[in-house]
Design a binder for this molecule. Structure first.
Ligand SMILES: NC(=O)c1ccc[n+]([C@@H]2O[C@H](COP(=O)([O-])OP(=O)(O)OC[C@H]3O[C@@H](n4cnc5c(N)ncnc54)[C@H](OP(=O)(O)O)[C@@H]3O)[C@@H](O)[C@H]2O)c1
Length: 274
């Protein structure tokens, strides 16, 4: 049995679909399984990753886990999973882990990786680049005014389609020789936010205006919704962004399929922006 956490999320949902399609026994974890819609044959289980001691039913009989971190992760999960008999954990970490523990976002992922290492299970770490799904945050202003107003407009990143991250995760959960692998994952091209907005406009067939918000204004706005440490971590990541701009061949090497382009992603999700 394979337990997929974050099973209603952009990556986990696709991990469930791929494993189920290939005939694996899959259990999908959500805090609200009654609201979720999984294929017939997928076992659904209620659970909260912030209370890992309450997950014994979810972990019962499980050999492998896809572990995705909520923002305030509880790092006891790998130890509890190991005690319950789990042999292998595939962790959804992040490329930004490379930056080091001084950065609060990188620290979250590095602490999770460390907790997995110390748990005694075998493991595979996925370190994807920025997600294409992040642009869902732009949908309201695109719909209402045809405009994108965000900071870091000229930061270039090889954004990745969650379906490609999920394909690597499914492979890591279902094939041999995945122990101790750290996969840095990217999409097929490095794009600035400005270029992403232009591609959305091209697919929708309408002009999308792009306005880069100055850093001081962005900081003020972000501080209303996020802890100061996380806001500083975001600025730090954008300042060091060039470290993450390289396109890597990992997705194709692991899955045999090239990663999807941003234009493909927008085409497949166009109705969200209409
Ligand atoms: N966005 C990026 O650019 C980026 C880049 C690299 C790595 N990442 C990492 O990717 C992860 C996000 O993945 P995603 O996009 O697939 O997720 P997502 O679409 O944002 O969905 C969030 C998922 O987290 C689950 N969740 C939240 N709190 C939970 C809790 N307390 N207990 C159990 N489940 C909980 C939700 O499940 P329910 O609501 O159904 O319970 C949902 O399935 C994060 O760890 C993030 O750090 C993101």
């Amino acid at each position: 049995m394979i337990l997929v956490t974050g099973a209603t999320g952009s990556v986990g949902r696709e991990v469930v679909r791929l494993l189920h399609k290939d005939g694996y026994r899959v259990r999908a974890l959500s805090r609200h399984p009654e609201k979720s819609n999984f294929p017939v044959g997928v076992e659904m289980v209620a659970g909260d990753l912030l209370k890992p001691e309450s997950l014994s039913a979810a972990l019962d009989g499980v050999e492998k886990v896809f572990w995705m971190l909520p923002l305030a992760a509880d790092f006891n999960f790998p130890r509890i999973a190991r005690q319950s008999g789990v042999r292998h954990i595939v962790l959804l970490s992040a490329a930004t882990a490379e930056i080091g523990v001084e950065n609060a976002i990188a620290r979250l992922h590095l602490n999770a990786e460390q907790a997995v290492r110390e748990s005694g299970t075998s493991w595979t770490f996925l370190r994807p680049s920025g997600f294409m799904t992040d642009v869902f945050r732009w949908k309201d202003s695109i719909r209402s005014e045809g405009v994108v107003q965000i900071p870091f407009g000229d930061l270039s990143i090889p954004v990745i389609d969650s379906r490609d991250t999920a394909a690597v995760a499914a492979k890591a959960l279902s094939s041999d020789g995945q122990e101790g692998k750290v996969y840095m994952l990217t999409g097929p091209e490095s794009l600035t936010r400005r270029q992403q907005a232009a591609i959305i406009g091209k697919v929708l067939g309408r002009e999308i205006e792009f306005e880069s918000i100055p850093d001081d204004l962005a900081r003020k706005h972000l501080l209303r919704h996020m802890p100061a440490e996380m806001v500083e971590a975001l600025f730090d990541l954008s300042n060091q962004g060039q470290k993450f701009s390289e396109v890597l061949p990992t997705v194709e090497e692991v899955t045999g399929q090239p990663p999807r382009t941003f234009q493909q992603w927008v085409t497949d999700h166009a109705e969200a922006f209409l």
